[in-house]
Write a protein that binds this ligand. Structure first.
Ligand code: SAM
Length: 274
C-alpha cells in the first residue's frame, strides 16, 4: 500500500470556526448595550447603577463588559445551558483581571427560578425572553423581575417587529471573514410561534448550518407593555432604532418614541421601572 496512504483531509473554515465566537461577532455589541444602559439609567434615575443581572446571559459577554466599566460594578449572569456558560468562563471571564473575575457570578439556572440579590439593572437581550411561549410564562417572568429590582431599578429588554418579522425569509450580512444568515424558517399565525436559525457561511464555501436554532413567540409591543404593567411596572419607555440616511438600515442609535412607524423591520429597546 506504499504511496497510497489516506489523503489528509483539509479542515474547512467551518471546521476551524467556533460558533460562540461567530455569534458574539455577528449579533452582540456589549459596549453599545452597556453605553445605552448607563445613559438611560442616568437620564431616568440620576445616579450610577452598579449591580447588574444578565438573564439568558449565554457567554456572559455583556456581564463581562459591565464589570470592566467600574470598580464598583458587580454582575450576575443566568443561563440554563452549561455548555455556553463554560465557554463564557473560558473565553470571556478568563480575560478579565482576577479582581474583575471576583465581581462576576455565573449561575446555571432557569431565569424562572434563579435567586440573586436585588439588582439595579436587569438585562435580557436578543429577544431571549421570547422563548417563553405563553402569556402566563412571560407574566410570571416579569413578576419575578419586578421583585428582584431595587426600588428605582430598571429592566432592559429588546423587541423586534414590522411586516417582515413573521415572514419565512433569510437575511444575510457579510462580516469580515464569514457571512451571518438569519433564517426565519417557520411561522404559525395561530400561535405566533416561530422557528428561527442562525447559519454561518465562509469564503471557502463551507458552512455551519443551524449553528443556533430558536423556537420562540413573536411578541408585540402592546402585549409586552400590558404584561409589564400587570407586573407592576408603570414607568415604561420605548426606544426605536434609527435608520442610516443612505442605506435605510438600522444604525445602532436609539431614540425614545411615543409612536412607531410601519417599517418592514424595526428593533426597539424597552426600559421599564416602577
Ligand atoms: C439568544 S441567546 C442570548 C445570548 C445573549 N444574552 C445575547 O444577548 O445574545 C439565548 C440564551 O438563553 C438561554 N435560555 C433560554 N431559556 C432560558 C431560561 N428559561 N433560563 C435561563 N436561560 C435560558 C439559552 O441557553 C441561551 O444561551
Amino acid at each position: 500500500m506504499a504511496g497510497r496512504g489516506r489523503q489528509k483531509a483539509t479542515a474547512t473554515m467551518a471546521d476551524l470556526a467556533d460558533r460562540y465566537d461567530l455569534y458574539q461577532q455577528s449579533v452582540q455589541c456589549p459596549e453599545a448595550d452597556i453605553d445605552f444602559v448607563l445613559e438611560q439609567f442616568h437620564i431616568l434615575r440620576r445616579r450610577k447603577p452598579h449591580i447588574l443581572r444578565e438573564d439568558f446571559c449565554g457567554t456572559a459577554y455583556t456581564a463581562c463588559e459591565w464589570v470592566c466599566r467600574d470598580d464598583k460594578n458587580r454582575a450576575f449572569g443566568v443561563d440554563l445551558d452549561l455548555e455556553v456558560l463554560d465557554w463564557g468562563r473560558q473565553n470571556n471571564v478568563k480575560r478579565l483581571t482576577k479582581v474583575q473575575q471576583g465581581r462576576i457570578s455565573l449561575m446555571h439556572a432557569n431565569v424562572m427560578e434563579a435567586e440573586t440579590p436585588a439588582v439595579d439593572v436587569l438585562l435580557a437581550m436578543n429577544f431571549s425572553y421570547w422563548t417563553l411561549l405563553t402569556r402566563r410564562r412571560v407574566q410570571a417572568y416579569f413578576n419575578r423581575v419586578y421583585k428582584v429590582l431595587v426600588d428605582d431599578g430598571l429592566l432592559f429588554l429588546d423587541c423586534y417587529g414590522g411586516y417582515d418579522a413573521p415572514r419565512e425569509i433569510k437575511e444575510r450580512r457579510r462580516l469580515d471573514n464569514f457571512t451571518y444568515v438569519w433564517h426565519q424558517e417557520d411561522f404559525d399565525p395561530l400561535t405566533s410561534e416561530m422557528k428561527c436559525n442562525i447559519h454561518f457561511k465562509f469564503p471557502d464555501k463551507s458552512r455551519i448550518k443551524k449553528a443556533f436554532s430558536y423556537k420562540w413567540r413573536l411578541w408585540t409591543l402592546p402585549e409586552i407593555r400590558e404584561m409589564l404593567e400587570e407586573a407592576g411596572f408603570s414607568d415604561i419607555h420605548i426606544y426605536w432604532e434609527q435608520a442610516d440616511e443612505k442605506t435605510g438600515e438600522g444604525n445602532g442609535e436609539f431614540e425614545e418614541v411615543t409612536r412607531g412607524s410601519a417599517d418592514p423591520g424595526w428593533i426597539t429597546y424597552v426600559v421599564a421601572g416602577r
